[in-house]
Ligand binder design. Structure first.
Ligand code: PEP
Ligand code: MG
Length: 569
């Protein structure tokens, strides 16, 4: 077996070896594809039964998957199973076949008829169209004896491989059996990467050629080097094993975040669901965290066709607050739009959704959505006795900050902040901080908007590099405003997860770092081995660079030798 190496961009530092399982984007079928079994064409008189069997098989698969899932995912799978069980769909497909259409076209046309009908009926029915199409793809795949499209159900622990994953696909993963996620496309700060980080999974993006591999091929995926070794030999396996051991050592340190001389900096976890909160808040697995610096509430509702009720939200938020038992939890109000579409909040036809009605701006069109969310948070706080910090995403002006703060305080929420993820907010951080109790820098979006680069375009990821001096300047001036006003300034974008950047941020005066759970141990290790004065010098060295490479190289020169040896590849 030949060993080959594919290169991409690693997210985080974890490494793993295992077989791959491909996520099939869609079926590969011409309308007149010949239906075969065991290499022979299926006789025409057997096709009606085979169509019925294919629907039945899909219904059963979906039911099985639903039984193993929970929450909104289980609801989505059950709804899809009901569609596959609809006798009208089978009958229409068989009628089309009888009328002379080839088998694939017969199913396709039958589904399209229902799609048109559902769209005409509108409302809840129109929202089922995605389910109908996904059932169609699955039934056609079953008919043609092809692998089922979408996220596979895994028999053995596997590395999930895909062109890219929709957030909902990521949510459909059977976490107990997923070793890592590797994608051909996607960017390091896209949502697949972020959700993978939240789940503590190693992740690599932009790995060209990975989707050409056969299911079951064994690969070594190393996020710290950005390399995927296909059919790795013993030497690579030993190297990966050593990395796994080092990560275990880092996990053993569970003290609060601080520099060598005791300057504290809270190390917090980014979460998206109550299950994430439970995982992050556990004190038994070595991941002791001081709370959550970013609860991305929209993740809870990515699959919801309609706005969640106040009661439903209260339950979800109370689950998160009680998991952290009084520790700090920063709840971000819904960040719908752009790359996180929510069926009930996102504008359908925006030409530039990243620049459109997203984040806090959604409240202009859906004010009830925001007030319901604030009411649910206030109720969850009352029910659990834990007071959340609450912040709005995508705030661009002091007036927006004031508006949000007023509304949140009217609901009785005491600690109110906004995210700094638009350059205008960073440039006017002093005026924004005057309106609120804290700010948190969303470095992913701050990079996107500062560098005018779509964060999902992996091929432009050099421009989105968080070491870009222009981005560092905006973070530095925001941190300076916080110091001046004596108010907390956190960072909750991916740059907080970089153990070298964490030194820079600390030296600039950032007061908390929130990141994917799996990134915390290396950041803690790095901080613990430098004094605050060293962090300040490191921050100045980073700002002195004229390119991301220069800034990073300046920092590497000043690193403690132990950190350099362990973390610089
Ligand atoms: C960010 O933009 O850095 C951020 C933390 O928010 P999100 O990644 O959810 O857009
Ligand atoms: Mg953001």
């Amino acid at each position: 077996m030949t060993t080959t190496v594919l290169s991409g961009t690693g997210v985080g530092r974890k490494a793993v070896i295992g077989p791959i399982a491909q996520v099939r984007a869609s079926v590969d079928a011409a309308p007149d594809a010949v239906v075969t079994r065991d290499g022979a064409e299926v006789p025409a008189d057997q096709l009606p039964d085979l169509i019925a069997q294919s629907f039945k098989q899909v219904e059963q698969n979906l039911k099985n998957q639903a039984a193993g899932a929970s929450g909104s995912l289980a609801a989505v799978l059950t709804a899809a199973a009901q569609i596959a069980a609809d006798p009208a769909l089978v009958a229409k497909s068989q009628a089309n076949l009888k009328a002379g259409k080839p088998a694939v076209a017969a199913i396709d046309d039958a589904v399209n008829e229902f799609v048109a009908l559902f769209e005409k009926l509108g409302g809840m029915m129109a929202e089922r169209v995605t389910d109908l199409k996904s059932v169609r793809d699955r039934v056609i795949a079953a008919l043609l004896d092809q692998p089922q499209p979408g996220v596979p159900s895994l028999d053995v622990p596997s590395i999930i491989v895909a062109e890219d994953l929709a957030p909902a696909d990521t949510a459909a993963l059977d976490l107990d059996k997923v070793l890592a996620i590797v994608t051909e496309l996607g960017g390091p700060t896209g949502h697949t990467a972020i959700i993978a980080g939240q789940l503590g999974l190693p992740c690599l993006v932009q790995v060209r050629g990975i989707t050409n591999l056969e299911d079951g091929t064994v690969v070594a995926a190393d996020a710290s080097t950005g390399k995927v070794t296909v059919n790795p030999g013993d030497d690579i396996a030993a190297d990966i094993q050593a990395k796994v051991e080092f990560e275990k050592q880092l996990d053993a340190d569970t003290e609060p975040g601080a520099t060598a001389d005791g300057h504290t900096i809270a190390l917090l976890a980014n979460i998206g669901t109550a299950a994430d909160a439970v995982r992050a808040s556990a004190r038994t697995d070595g991941h002791v965290v001081e709370g959550s610096g970013l609860f991305r509430t929209e993740v809870l509702f990515l699959d919801s066709p309609k706005a969640p009720s106040v009661e439903q939200q209260t339950k979800e938020y109370a689950g998160v607050l009680s998991a952290f038992e009084g520790r700090k939890v920063v709840v971000r109000t819904l960040d719908a739009g752009a790359d996180k579409p929510l069926a009930f909040a996102t504008q359908p036809d925006e030409e530039n959704p990243a620049l459109g009605v997203r984040g806090f701006r959604s409240a202009r069109l859906h004010p009830q959505l925001l007030s319901d969310q604030l009411a649910a948070l206030a109720q969850a706080s009352h029910d659990t006795g834990t007071k959340p910090w609450v912040m709005a995403p995508m705030v661009a002006t002091p007036a927006e900050a004031r508006d949000f703060a007023t509304q949140a305080r009217e609901h009785g929420l005491e600690k109110v902040g906004v995210m700094v993820e638009v350059p205008s907010a960073a440039l006017r951080a002093r005026a924004i901080l005057a309106e609120v109790d804290f700010v948190s820098i969303g470095s992913n979006d701050l990079a996107q908007y500062t560098m005018a680069t779509d964060r999902l375009r992996g091929e432009l990821s050099d421009l989105l590099d968080s070491w870009q001096p222009a981005i560092l300047d905006l973070i530095a001036s925001t941190a300076a405003a916080g110091r001046e006003l004596g108010k907390p300034v956190g960072v909750c974008g991916e740059s907080a997860a970089d153990p070298l950047m964490a030194l820079v941020l600390t030296g600039l005066g950032i007061t908390s770092l929130s990141m994917s759970l799996g990134s915390i141990p290396a950041v803690r290790f790095s901080l613990r081995r430098h004094t605050f004065a060293q962090c300040e010098a490191i921050a100045q060295a980073a700002l002195a660079g004229n390119s991301p490479e220069e800034s990073r190289a300046n920092v590497i020169e000043l690193l403690a030798p132990e950190v350099k040896a362990a973390l610089v590849v």
